[in-house]
Design a binder for this molecule. Structure first.
Ligand code: AVI
Length: 323
């Protein structure tokens, strides 16, 4: 790729696009340049992420599923009969399908920013579980979401699996948890929050999970530059950037970075930045909270009680929290 890329989405076409493009450029111009992890998930990034969840090194999805399977009855008892399952960031609704089946959910509301992808997934879910009333809401889950006015208030269960909460700074995580609490109905009627969190574990296991031998996570990380090129019209050359994943013990988080293989100059309409060899762009944090640390985030968000289930190695926890 050479010269200025022609942006697929013309930056500045709408006020929202302009604001988004500006936020990306601001991130790139910081002393420690960064790109928000939400830009991983374009079409190719979402496909790569699905491949990550099947990697031998990426234990997260496998271990969470084993906990949900093994303790399904206890979780169902804790949540209460025939809940309404609400899933922020529902994606392909795969995890929701087994949960709705296990809990015999009466309704499902999937929320995701990618409207077309979600609509198809919800239709498939509905075809698979014919008794379930399933609907899709296209919305950015980092903002307050308006639920359908006719959604019953009893036994609403917000399902947030996969340790996605770990991709937010603790303060932002508390805001997200509070928003999820606001989606719940009457606290005396059951329901609550069912959430997956990834626990601290040996550094070699963590770093392998985020830097797999077959290079899928590296491709996922570099792909964010292709997406940014589309969004702001920049001319990043992804091959010029090396993937780096490291555990930051002080903050108990795995960090992903892109490291400039050589000095280079990146341009975008109206600006650009020169990067030195070895300079990092910070692309993701994945916090590994202890159960105690996460319980205090839950408490700050207004959840007063919880039950948790873990695997034998204590690598991952599924938590049912309520007010
Ligand atoms: C989506 N999220 C919970 C993943 C994680 O483990 O933090 C994203 C991911 N990044 C690299 N591999 C997976």
């Amino acid at each position: 790729q050479s010269g200025l890329a022609v942006p697929a989405k013309v930056p500045g076409r709408t006020r929202a696009h302009r604001a988004e493009a500006q936020a990306i450029m601001d991130g790139l111009m910081q002393d420690i340049p960064s790109i928000s992890p939400k830009y991983f998930y374009d079409e190719r990034g979402s496909t790569l992420f699905e491949a990550i969840t099947r990697l031998p090194e990426y234990y997260v999805t496998r271990v969470e599923q084993s906990i949900l399977r093994r303790y399904g009855d206890a979780i169902a008892d804790s949540v209460g009969a025939d809940p309404i399952v609400i899933e922020p960031g529902a994606g392909n609704c795969e995890k929701a399908r087994s949960l709705c089946l296990r809990l015999q959910a009466r309704e499902f509301v999937g929320i995701d920013i990618s409207a077309d992808h979600l609509q198809g997934a919800v239709l498939r879910l509905q075809a698979n579980l014919p008794w379930l009333k399933a609907r899709a809401i296209a919305a950015d889950i980092t903002q307050p979401v308006e639920l359908p006015a006719d959604l019953p208030g009893s036994r609403r269960l917000v399902f947030y699996p996969g340790s996605s909460i770990g991709n937010f700074e603790p303060g932002q995580a508390v805001r997200m948890l509070s928003q999820m609490r606001a989606m719940l109905g009457d606290p005396d009627e059951g329901g609550g929050l069912l959430i997956g969190i990834d626990l601290p574990k040996p550094v070699r296991v963590l770093e392998a999970a985020y830097d797999d031998a077959s290079g899928v996570t590296a491709a996922f990380n570099r792909n964010v530059l292709e997406h940014v090129n589309q969004l702001i019209g920049s001319d990043f050359v992804p091959d010029q950037w090396a993937h780096r994943a490291l555990f930051n013990a002080r903050d108990s988080r795995v960090e992903m970075h892109l490291v400039a293989r050589r000095a280079q100059s990146v341009r975008w309409p109206g600006g650009g930045r020169d990067f030195t060899e070895g300079q990092h762009i910070h692309t993701e944090n994945s916090y590994k909270h202890t159960l105690q640390a996460f319980a205090s985030l839950l408490e700050s968000a207004g959840f007063r009680q919880y039950r948790s289930w873990t695997d034998e190695q204590g690598w991952f926890a599924v938590i049912h929290a309520w007010q």
